[in-house]
Ligand binder design. Sequence first.
Ligand code: TTP
Ligand code: MG
Length: 395
Amino acid sequence: MIRRILHIDLDAFFVSVEQALAPELSGKPVVVGGRPDRRGVVASASYEARAFGIRAGMPLGEAYRLCPQAIFLQGTFSRYREVSSRLMTILADYSPHLEPAGLDEAYLDVTGCDVHGSPRQLALTVKERVKTELGLTASVGVAGCKIVAKVASDLGKPDGLVEVAPGQEKGFLAPLPVARLPGVGRKTEQALRAMGITTVGELAALTPEFVKSHFGTAGTAIYHYANGIDNREVKPPGETKSISRETTFAQDTSDHRLLQAILRYLCELVGAELRRHNKQTRSIMLKLRYADFETITRHLGSKEATDADDIIFAGATRLLDRALSGKGKAVRLLGVGVSNLVGGGKQLNLFDSTSQRSEHLDRAIDRIRRRYGFGSIQTGSALALRDVFAGEKGD
Ligand code: TTP
Ligand code: MG
């Protein structure tokens, strides 16, 4: 099935909400951010104010100099949040694959949602409902991936609807200035210009190695985006994307056995959290901060997704051993994380009794710990860790 993604972004959001409440403000240069004699920056500017050069992020004093007759408003954040949630409620009527990307913007994956008409018709319906129910205008981009949908909605502003036909993503982006591409900030834009690259098409024609060598991992993403390639899914919020636990020692240590024991403990914390979310991981991360504050992270991918403490621990141990080999430095902080999570219905290998046994054990331990606290059981390899920790945190 051909992927179809909508990116919806309201026009001059904060300002438009104020204008909807006070129609006498419509058609005028209006700025939300505060009074121009106070410190602060422009949060949102009406398109009439933008005609004077006023932009979000600009100091209010500068905005005032550009357009003294503009109307400066403080704004009411609770009101914007309320409108935002009404916007998301409208969008949720059309697909469960809804990912808010800010107060006034969201991605909606409408692949296969034919009951609401074509993606273009759906975009028109959304625009119409936003207009009648919220009194606001939205710009919508329709494309085969998130990045192109976002560029498209931005290009049509205000009150726009830009659809990029399937397969046309690269050609659509090619003539645009590189700064149109999310991820290309001012610095990257300048660096690219110094290389003679000003359009997305010129960026796309470079080699991925070249872009990576100049802009690091961010460069790889930019290169793919420039080519209209973006495999990121539209992910509803609340889905856990990563889980990590780390601890800083009361005293720096290079005691390998102690580090391993703590690693085991952290892996058990991470594993328990994974299972609580009914998730499995395909990527294990180790974080180390040495006594001199040098901090490294190391990653290990795994072909099969897992939520088993033993497997997470085995992976983390490999990373730890590699990171410590040859380094005599003491360690100040140790952390373990998992990402690239896959959810729900797990695949049990029914013939592998060892992994089943350890899975039952993990879950039994989880139950006891939920009831009596995490410290109520310590597994052999994580024993005797009390008093080692100065602090523990996770996300
Ligand atoms: P944006 O969608 O970036 O801006 P906008 O809706 O005002 O204008 P546009 O028509 O270009 O989409 O951001 C949405 C809201 O987020 C904006 O109305 C105010 C707030 N915001 C800030 O508070 N500070 C900022 O620097 C930016 C960019 C936005
Ligand atoms: Mg907006």
